[in-house]
Design a protein around this ligand. Structure first.
Ligand SMILES: [Zn+2]
Length: 285
């Protein structure tokens, strides 16, 4: 087991575990306070979560003394808030609201989501961003408390959110600023053309975010390696210490920076057998 010698909250994303309370048991086994999971099958429109699931989730949180402050569920892969297909867009909004309400019931502070993609490639990016701003403002009005955390994308398949400027336009135009946040995924940023291979470049990147959005909106970090080279626009995570074109500077930068104290830092690396090794390595930095 690793030693938590720094004031950092590092955890992992439980990709294949769809039973709410099992995630808690597994987090306890791994000795982590922060983690991410899907609120049911991420490839199904039907979320079947009943009261007994909610009860068990809360029971195990209490039993293992895990707080919800650093738990950041990941929304469904099906949600596309930029879809030009109206049926798909309505389904996406409904499902997203359902997931936010579930987080509220579970006393969870954050939900992490992707903006989606300009799927039919027939609307201009600025129009797309305006639509998303309206949609998010409406969703925020219809739900309570949970902070909607936008994750930057790698830019593949016309995904919106690879450009930090686009995300800044969205965040800056959300009426209720207490309900919106940003998640930076290191693999996606690198794939989208933000070089993070030296400490100076990391400085530049986060100063840039501070300038156009404000680092107070940065709520969550996804710490991943990249299987593909710089500016590939491909979203394929590698382990931190193997087959990683991103290098190690960004991990040093994050682990030694007070800015990330007590913020959820979540690994979405592909090999769960390497998690303990990766967590130990990060805490040893
Ligand atoms: Zn991510």
């Amino acid at each position: 087991m690793f030693l938590k010698i720094k004031n950092k909250q590092i955890g992992v994303h439980f990709k294949n575990r769809f039973t709410l309370f099992n995630n808690i048991k597994y987090a306890f086994k791994l000795n982590i306070n922060t983690f991410s999971f899907f609120l049911g099958n991420p490839l199904s429109w039907n979320k079947k979560i009943n009261n007994s699931d909610i009860y068990k989730f809360k029971y195990y949180l209490n039993k293992y003394n895990i707080k919800t402050d650093y738990i950041v569920p990941h929304s469904s892969y099906l949600i596309n808030l930029c879809s030009s297909n109206i049926f798909n867009l309505i389904k996406s909004i409904k499902l997203f609201i359902k997931e936010i309400n579930l987080c509220y019931e579970l006393d969870i502070k954050f939900i992490n989501f992707h903006l989606g993609s300009n799927d039919l490639r027939n609307i201009n990016i600025n129009k797309c961003i305006d639509n998303v701003i309206n949609i998010l403002n409406n969703i925020i009005n219809k739900t309570k408390k949970v902070i909607l955390v936008i994750e930057n994308s790698a830019g593949q398949d016309n995904a919106i959110g690879n450009n930090i400027i686009d995300i800044s336009k969205i965040i800056n135009n959300i009426d209720n600023k207490s309900r919106i946040g940003l998640c930076i995924d290191t693999c996606h940023a690198f794939a989208a053309g933000y070089d993070l291979r030296t400490l100076n470049k990391c400085d530049d990147f986060f100063l840039y975010i501070n300038k156009i959005i404000g680092l107070n909106f940065l709520k969550v970090i996804h710490l991943n390696g990249s299987i593909y080279k710089y500016f590939s626009k491909l979203d394929k995570h590698s382990m931190l210490l193997k087959n990683n074109f991103l290098g190690y500077a960004v991990y040093y930068w994050i682990m030694t920076n007070n800015l990330f104290n007590n913020k959820p830092i979540i690994l979405e690396t592909p090999n769960s057998l390497k998690w303990i090794e990766e967590l130990s390595w990060l805490y040893s930095i």
